[in-house]
Write a protein that binds this ligand. Structure first.
Ligand SMILES: NC(=O)c1ccc[n+]([C@@H]2O[C@H](COP(=O)([O-])OP(=O)(O)OC[C@H]3O[C@@H](n4cnc5c(N)ncnc54)[C@H](OP(=O)(O)O)[C@@H]3O)[C@@H](O)[C@H]2O)c1
Length: 263
């Protein structure tokens, strides 16, 4: 990994921050993207302390023009080897709530879906021209099968799952690998906000190691933990009403995101 240029969105917290530290340790040059300047700078400093050459970009992934400029500025520093479209938010339903807040729903789709497009699109021409590199899109187990606790979040993650699968076939002949990351529960501020049973939860550092190692092997899908991936894929073959009934036996409290769609 030494000398590789790695771009990460959502690098100011959780999985993105842990990925930044992992790649810093491997000797990568980093372009770190985030919104909260102070948190992003703290991540950048921690990576510099590990000897990495770090550039930080404070930009909202919903800002298409801002993202295009920031990605172009990162490419101008050095060709991109890895792009992680990782930034995201969660939203859902509290116990007894039926309808998600429409504002939160639209913000979630704007950040989790349009934000991924705004990250990946400006990187593709430079990467395909060079004929190398990898694009890693962070989805979720919630994108494998819809869950009755977080409809919009599940929809956003299913959308990027499908997008990544399609993109993989398009970009492979041009030398660029596309990898779908499908995490289960990872101990980050996002997971801490959700009140539910969180089987198989791992630390952000463990998640970053699994992701970085999988990407090094150019795995098309990096899904963890394996038991959850297999279980969720298996239940998609079962009668939907059976699965719905079982899911409703679990309780989960997923707070509505405070994000508002940028206009
Ligand atoms: N934690 C889990 O259990 C879990 C499970 C499956 C999938 N995931 C996925 O993993 C990814 C990272 O989640 P996490 O758990 O690490 O969450 P986190 O700790 O809450 O971090 C989220 C990151 O996304 C950034 N972000 C959010 N909205 C943004 C926006 N509009 N523009 C730019 N950056 C934005 C945040 O930046 P600022 O702080 O600077 O705003 C932060 O760096 C997400 O896509 C999430 O859906 C997480």
């Amino acid at each position: 990994m030494s000398g590789k240029h790695v771009l990460i969105t959502g690098a100011s917290s959780g999985i993105g921050r842990a990925l930044a530290l992992r790649h810093a340790q491997d000797g990568a040059r980093l372009s770190l993207f985030g919104r909260d300047e102070a948190r992003l700078e703290a991540s950048a400093k921690a990576c510099r302390d590990k000897g990495a050459d770090v550039a930080s970009f404070v930009v909202d992934v919903q800002d298409r023009a801002g993202m295009a400029k920031a990605v172009a500025d990162a490419v101008a520093l050095a060709p991109l080897d890895i792009v992680y479209a990782n930034a995201g938010v969660a939203t859902g339903l509290s116990t007894g709530q039926i309808l998600e807040d429409p504002e939160a729903v639209r913000a979630t789709l704007a950040i989790n879906v349009i934000g991924v497009l705004n990250t990946v699109e400006p990187a593709i021409p430079a990467m395909t021209k060079r004929g190398s590199g990898a694009i890693a899109i962070v989805g979720s187990m919630a994108g494998v099968r819809g869950l009755p606790f977080s409809p919009a979040y599940c929809a956003s993650k299913a959308a990027v799952y499908s997008y990544a699968e399609s993109l993989r076939g398009v970009l492979a002949p041009h030398g660029v690998d596309v990898c779908m990351i499908v995490p289960g529960f990872v101990a980050t501020p996002m997971a801490a906000a959700t009140k539910s049973w969180q089987p198989g939860k791992i630390s952000d550092t463990e998640a970053a190691d699994i992701i970085a190692n999988g990407l090094e092997r150019r795995k098309p899908v990096i899904a963890f933990p394996l038991f959850m991936w297999c279980a969720l894929r298996f239940i998609t073959f079962l009668p939907p009403r059976w699965v719905d009934a079982v899911m409703l036996r679990f309780s989960a409290d997923v707070p509505s995101t405070k994000e508002k769609e940028a206009v």
